[in-house]
Design a protein around this ligand. Structure first.
Ligand SMILES: [Zn+2]
Length: 165
């Protein structure tokens, strides 16, 4: 039975299922060029801007690690979490996007822990799964998709982070 891939938040990232050109999606103000993520669709939040059209823009695929931490304990309610399932620690990364001049939070890709990260390291955004959402007794449920940050192996092209490649 095919599972339905459902974005955790609609419109925050591309979702074509292939991951070939996976991007976070923000909006850019036509008047002041400010970029917003999470996207702003109603009005420009720049207090010095008289307001312009907000158009959807893909954010840079790569950025640099600004900070990171990990969550080793289950958050209290109302965090949705099944207490009967062992808590899986996760790693949270704050990534600076140079072109957009902003920091975007996200979980690190599976298998990436704090020991694998360093401030200033180049990371790239990749499609990820937040939860398979399978209810007790059910065989399958929706696959809740999200974005993850994954370190870019160094020693390759030497490409600097933050470029809107
Ligand atoms: Zn503006």
């Amino acid at each position: 039975m095919p599972q339905t891939r459902t974005p955790v938040v609609a419109g925050w990232f591309t979702e074509d299922g292939t991951g070939q050109d996976f991007r976070l999606l923000g909006t850019r103000c036509s008047a002041c060029s400010s970029v917003f993520f999470p996207r702003q669709d109603a009005f420009c939040r720049n207090p010095g801007c008289t307001g312009g059209e907000l158009a959807e823009v893909p954010l840079s695929r790569r950025g640099t690690v600004w900070s990171y931490t990990d969550g080793r304990y289950r958050p209290p309610a109302p965090y949705p979490s099944d207490p009967d399932v062992p808590w899986e620690p996760y790693t949270l990364v704050a990534v600076e996007l140079a072109a957009e001049r902003m920091v975007v939070l996200g979980q690190a890709a599976p298998g990436v822990g704090v020991a694998d990260l360093a401030v200033g390291m180049t990371v790239e955004v990749v499609p990820g799964v937040l939860s398979t959402g399978v209810a007790a007794g059910a065989e399958s449920g929706p696959v809740w998709t999200t974005w993850h940050w994954r370190p870019v192996p160094s020693g390759g092209t030497g490409e600097a982070g933050g470029g809107a490649a």
